[in-house]
Ligand binder design. Sequence first.
Ligand code: SF4
Ligand code: SF4
Length: 165
Amino acid sequence: MSFNCRQCGLCCRELLQKDMGIRRGLTLLPEEAKLFHETQVKPYLGYGKRPYEKGFKIHAYQLTLPSCPHLTDNKCTIYEKRPATCRQFPFSLDPDKEQVILLGVDMNCPAAVELVNNSSGLIDFPDRDSAMRIYELKKLVTVNPRRVWLYDLDSDKWVCYDKLG
Ligand code: SF4
Ligand code: SF4
């Protein structure tokens, strides 16, 4: 069965989430940050001993706005160039502790609910390549959580993944 987006725009309007005690926005790969004005973007995921020290590298950025500025009349005005996070939605690939790849489906999406409820068990995965790019970010956490830092939009500070609630 194929995913059939209803173009409700919900996934482009409720972008700020509180997760494990930190506020975060839409995840952007480094090359995607330039799709947004620099005042709308902050770092999201860094890897290293401590932020800003030698060897610390930013692997992802985040949009700081609750609604995407590229959404007009429930349509994406940069559709062909949209970020990998948007391309994979409502699906995701997640690593478990044994590095097995798990498929996630965001059930806040009405089309995903319809798909899962009516599927016989086989679902077309629309953009596996984009999901794999995001998966590689998540895998950093399973490799060494003490070296992973997430930037909290509420406190405007980096928080070590190992210290998250
Ligand atoms: S929430 Fe689901 S149905 Fe609505 S625009 Fe996003 S992907 Fe499409
Ligand atoms: S870039 Fe396009 S698909 Fe992604 S959140 Fe913005 S409007 Fe939605």
